[in-house]
Design a protein around this ligand. Structure first.
Ligand SMILES: Cc1ncc(COP(=O)(O)O)c(C=O)c1O
Length: 396
């Protein structure tokens, strides 16, 4: 039966990684895949995570299934991290939450939950957005539309056009927003813009869905939760998916959380049974290890402080690299002002050059990144920044 299925084109990012591995150029630079890297190009296990793993090894007594909703200390710790300790929805027990296999798993569970609640809902995504958003929602049977977001010409948000679209969205539709560190552009909403999004939701009745995969990588753990807190404190309903892949460095442990802030404790309790039945039909019980580590870290003041300092270290390194790249480009006489790169947040930026220029950098200087011109800032290092700046200046 499977002979009827045609082959699909290779994933552009995974194809790029394979080409990078095969390249023999000793000066090759990888700015493709979205994982944090240190100065040596490694993706290390955080010290806080290594310590939590030792504690877990010493204390774990069984491998029986965990509860369907996940590790309870993980769920409470994550809710506090995202919403803030004294959030009314936490105090009133109005947040449905399940542990999920990564942020992707959370998105998928929530997409199916939306399809159960309102199969006619359209999901509005930013143009552009993370490459996996559209397939996740489409696979759950939902319609997708795009709202204007990034303008490569002005290198900023097309906020008027975005708002014009959002103000026409139907009641009950879903508007997907990036909580912070927009992937792929690095261009985030400011506080006034979040306020305008809130007012649009209040006016039209759309339900915001915030995806947060980089909390702490933008301006700080609390600062990056500004939009989440503003919208969830002022609207009856909000959907949220969170990933621990980047800020805890737990990529392969597949650790995330799916949440819905509801209008009442009764709705929360009903919805909890629904989301758990979606999870049950997909993979039954969540995996334990990654969430158990986050539980240990967030609920031990010393380990939490260590983890917070490690998140700050990663954030500061990326901010420094942004500034350094822009400085080097200026010094080398770049025929374009890249100052916008220092205004953008998190792991990614669009360099705003053409696909032909990206390909030329790959062919002539072994600098690997996707044709959209999205670069992983963490792939830059003190040892490759000069080569990178020279390669970029050459193609401008
Ligand atoms: C915007 C966004 N959402 C969700 C995810 C999913 O992360 P995870 O690896 O935890 O599934 C990513 C990962 O790159 C992302 O960039």
């Amino acid at each position: 039966m499977f002979e009827v299925l045609p082959p699909l084109p290779a994933d552009p990012i995974l194809g790029l990684s394979a080409a990078y591995k095969e390249d023999q150029n000793p000066k090759k630079i990888d700015l493709g895949v979205g994982v944090y890297k240190d100065e040596q190009g490694n993706t290390p296990i955080l010290k806080s995570v290594a310590k939590a793993q030792q504690i877990l090894l010493d204390t774990e007594t069984t491998k029986t299934y965990i509860a369907p909703q996940g590790v309870s200390g993980f769920l409470s710790g994550m809710k506090e991290l995202l919403f803030g300790a004294n959030h009314p929805a936490i105090l009133e027990d109005r947040i449905t939450a399940v542990q999920s296999p990564g942020g992707t798993g959370a998105l998928r569970l929530l997409a199916e939950l939306i399809a159960r609640g309102n199969p006619e809902a359209t999901v509005w995504v930013s143009d552009p957005t993370w490459a996996n958003h559209i397939p996740i929602f489409e696979t759950a049977g939902l319609k997708i539309e795009k709202y204007p977001y990034f303008d490569k010409e002005s290198r900023g948000i097309r906020f008027d056009a975005m708002m014009e679209t959002l103000l026409k969205v139907n009641k009950g539709d879903i508007v997907l927003l990036h909580g912070c560190c927009h992937n792929p552009t690095g261009q985030d909403l400011n506080q006034a813009q979040w306020q305008a999004v809130l007012e649009a939701a209040q006016k039209t009745g759309f339900v915001p869905f915030i995806d947060v995969a980089y909390q702490g990588f933008g301006d700080g753990l609390d600062e990056d939760a500004y939009g989440i807190r503003l919208l969830s404190e002022n609207l009856p309903e909000m959907i949220l998916s969170a990933s621990c892949s980047k800020n805890f460095g737990l990529y392969r442990e597949r650790t995330g959380m799916a949440c819905v802030v509801t209008a009442s404790n009764e709705i929360r309790r009903n919805l909890q049974t629904q989301i758990q039945s979606v999870a049950r039909a997909n993979y039954s019980m969540p995996p334990s290890w990654g969430a158990a580590l986050v539980d240990i870290i967030l609920n031990d003041p010393e380990l939490k402080a260590l983890w917070q300092s490690e998140v700050s270290e990663m954030r500061n390194r990326m901010q420094d690299l942004r500034a350094l790249l822009v400085k080097k480009l200026q010094e080398k006489g770049a025929a374009m002002d890249f100052g916008f790169v220092t205004q953008q947040k998190g792991m990614f930026s669009f360099l705003c050059i053409s696909p032909e220029q990206v390909q030329q950098m790959r062919a002539e200087s072994a600098v690997y990144f996707v044709d959209s011109s999205r670069v992983n800032i963490a792939g830059i290092s003190l040892s490759n920044v000069d080569d990178l700046a020279e390669a970029l200046v050459k193609v401008l």
